[in-house]
Each structure stands twice: as C-alpha cells, then as structure tokens.
Design a protein around this ligand. Structure first.
Ligand code: IPE
Ligand code: IPE
Ligand code: MG
Length: 260
C-alpha cells in the first residue's frame, strides 16, 4: 500500500501551486480524455452560511460555468457532470422544483457561451418525469450544439446508473428476441453501446466534491478503471484551480489496469 516516495513528494508540492502554474504543468503531460464530476455539497455550502439549501444550487451554476470553461481551455475532450440523480426525486418538493427551474433557466442562458466555446451538449438520463418544458429546452440546446467540435459536455440529469443498466438489458433482450443479436454475441462493446453513454469513452478521472467517499449510483459500468479524486471543497467553491489540481494529481498516478 506504500506510496512511491517520488509520487508522494510531488503530490505535496502540487497543492502549493496556483491556477496558472497548475495549468502550465498539466499542459505538458497527457490529459485525461474524459473527466466526470459528482457535484456535491451545494446544500452544505448554503446552510453553513445560514442560507436556504436552494441558494447553494444557484451558486453551483456559476461553478458549472467556470468548470466548463476551464476544461475546454486546456483541451479536455469530455466532461460529464452529475446534476440530478434518479434518487434526488426523494428530496422536498420545493427543492426539486427549484432545481428543475434552475436548469430550465440556465440552459437557455448558457447557449451563446456554449456556441462561442464550441461546446457540444449532451444529456444522459431518463426523460420520464422531467417536465416537458425542461425536455424541450434541453433538446433545443442539444440540437443547436450538435455540430460543435470542442469539449463534449455531458449532463447527467435524472440519471441513475442502475436505471441505465436496466434500460440496456431491456434493449439487448429485445435485440435477442427479435433475432438481431445472438446471446453469445453480447460482449462489453455491445453493452457499452446499449448504455446512455454510447460513443463516450469511459471516464479517466472521477472527481467528487464535498468529501463523500461514494459513487451515489453514478456511471457504475463506466468507472471500472477510473481514477478517483475526492476534495472536501463544496461544489459552489470549486473552480479551475481545483480542476487543474485534480488533473495534475491524476497525471502522476500509475494506472495499471491489472498489470504490474
Ligand atoms: C449537490 O449538492 C447537488 C445535487 C445533488 C442536485 P447537494 O444538494 O447534494 O448538497 P449536500 O450534499 O446536501 O450538501
Ligand atoms: C449525488 O449527490 C447526486 C448529484 C451530485 C447530482 P447526492 O447528494 O444526491 O448523493 P448522496 O445522497 O449523498 O449519496
Ligand atoms: Mg449531496
């Protein structure tokens, strides 16, 4: 379990670097193609300031904007953000409706910036249950950005990894029933194609803010060999420096994939 001495010393040094130094440093090494983030801690950010939880969600939108910009600027290809889980429906009605209307408002407002930054927008999750107006606006932004060739921003919205796996099973079962696929032909590639993330490479790096050490039903199939990075920073306080710090830390890891 011991860390390599060199790795440990370098890791300590990273935290002393500022945003620009980290940015320059990560640009000299191979970047993760796909970074996924569990954006957690909005509620705690707000309550620790004596504010209602929903104030944390509004503040969190700014962190989304800054993170998308920072990821695009260094050339990360895919950024997946966990915005609303299939279990988040179990929150108080007021909080759920605020989250829905925040998304509805932000999505239109962000379109010009997504276009200016050449960002392609995609959504993963079940449409069922999402208000039709929110679905319509999401569809509009997905279509409007479809030809953009920069960062692909994947928003996990009404997303649950187990729902996704259930939906993939159903699709593959129909394919077998209708004679399109033999059971023996089902392999990792076909399962990957049946998931919502079809066409998106598995995440290289998964960041979770606000300190919790769990996956909360996020990308369970796709994170098989993803590197994990957890920060105590709450999502509204997360900024480009934190993203670059996570990437710099990732770049000095030894990814083994079961080899020696
Ligand atoms: C993350 O922040 C945002 C969503 C899950 C929608 P939380 O709302 O979970 O904030 P905490 O974890 O309760 O502080
Ligand atoms: C995970 O955060 C979901 C999102 C960030 C959208 P939660 O706050 O819902 O996760 P738990 O309940 O702490 O596991
Ligand atoms: Mg939370």
């Amino acid at each position: 379990m011991a860390l390599k001495a060199g790795t440990d010393a370098a890791a300590v040094e990273l935290t002393t670097l500022g945003e620009r130094e980290l940015r320059d440093r990560i640009l000299t090494r191979p970047l993760p193609r796909h970074v996924a983030i569990i954006m957690d801690g909005n509620g705690r950010w707000a309550t620790s300031r004596g504010l209602p939880r929903v104030a944390g969600h509004s503040e969190g939108v700014k962190a989304v904007r800054n993170t998308v910009r920072a990821a695009g600027e260094v050339g990360i290809e895919y950024l997946t953000l966990y915005a609303f889980s299939s279990e988040n429906w179990n929150r108080p009605r007021h909080e759920v409706s605020t989250l829905m209307s925040l998304l509805e408002r932000s999505i239109d407002r962000e379109l010009p910036e997504l276009m200016a930054r050449n960002v392609r927008f995609r959504v993963i999750g079940r449409p069922n249950g999402v208000p039709p107006e929110v679905q319509r606006r999401i569809g509009h932004v997905v279509d409007a950005t479809a030809a953009n060739g920069g960062l692909t921003l994947v928003m996990a919205f009404n997303y649950g990894a187990r729902d996704e796996i259930v939906d993939a099973f159903r699709q593959l079962a129909k394919d077998v029933r209708d004679g399109r696929v033999e059971p023996e032909e089902i392999d990792e590639v076909r399962i990957g194609r049946a998931l919502y993330t079809d066409g998106v490479p598995d995440p290289d790096l998964l960041i979770r803010t606000s300190g919790e050490m769990r996956l909360s039903n996020f990308l369970l199939w796709q994170v098989a060999y993803t590197e994990l990075w957890v920060t105590p920073t709450r999502w509204p306080d997360f900024g480009p420096r934190d993203l670059y710090l996570a990437v710099a830390d990732f770049q000095q890891r030894d990814r083994r994939f079961g080899r020696v």
